[in-house]
Design a protein around this ligand. Sequence first.
Ligand SMILES: *[C@@H]1O[C@H](CO)[C@@H](O)[C@H](O)[C@H]1NC(C)=O
Ligand SMILES: *[C@@H]1O[C@H](CO)[C@@H](O)[C@H](O)[C@H]1NC(C)=O
Ligand SMILES: *[C@@H]1O[C@H](CO)[C@@H](O)[C@H](O)[C@H]1NC(C)=O
Length: 127
Amino acid sequence: MAVTPNLPLLLLATSLLLAAAPLPSAAEKFVVGDKKNWAPNVNYTTWPDQYHFHVGDWLQFNYAKGMYDVVQVANQTAYDKCDPSNPLVSYDRGRGFVFQLNYTGRYYFICSRGYCWSGMKVTVLVE
Ligand SMILES: *[C@@H]1O[C@H](CO)[C@@H](O)[C@H](O)[C@H]1NC(C)=O
Ligand SMILES: *[C@@H]1O[C@H](CO)[C@@H](O)[C@H](O)[C@H]1NC(C)=O
Ligand SMILES: *[C@@H]1O[C@H](CO)[C@@H](O)[C@H](O)[C@H]1NC(C)=O
C-alpha cells in the first residue's frame, strides 16, 4: 500500500512550525547612563556601545526636573556644538521620563542648560 501524505496532519505540522517561529523581540527600556542616570559630568560617549537599539525600544532619562532637560537635536552639527536652538523636541519632565525610539536612524540628545559641554549628551543609532 502506497504511503499517501496525510494532508490535515501536514497542515497541522506546518502551522505548529509557524507558531514556533521566533517573534520579534519585545521592546526594551534602557536607562540612559545606567546607574549614573542623566546628569552633568558623566561622559556618555561609550554608554550606547554596550547595547543594540531597535524600533519600539525606550530610553529612560532620570534627572532632576527643573535643573536639567532632554533636547533632541537634528544632527551631528547641533550635537557637537551643544546647540539646542532648533530642537526636534524638548522635554522637561524629570525623573522617569521615557522616550520611544520609533524610527530607525540616529538620535541626538543634549541637555540644553549648559551641561552639554561637560558631556551631558548622548547619541544612539536605532537599527
Ligand atoms: C542641522 O540641523 C540644523 C537645525 O538644528 C540645521 O539648521 C542645519 O542645516 C543642519 N545641518 C546639516 C548639516 O544637516
Ligand atoms: C514617536 O516617539 C515620539 C517621542 O517619544 C512621540 O512623540 C511620537 O508620538 C511617536 N510617534 C509614533 C508614531 O509613535
Ligand atoms: C568623553 O570621552 C571621549 C572618549 O572616551 C572623549 O573623546 C571625549 O572628549 C570625552 N568628552 C568629554 C566631554 O569629556
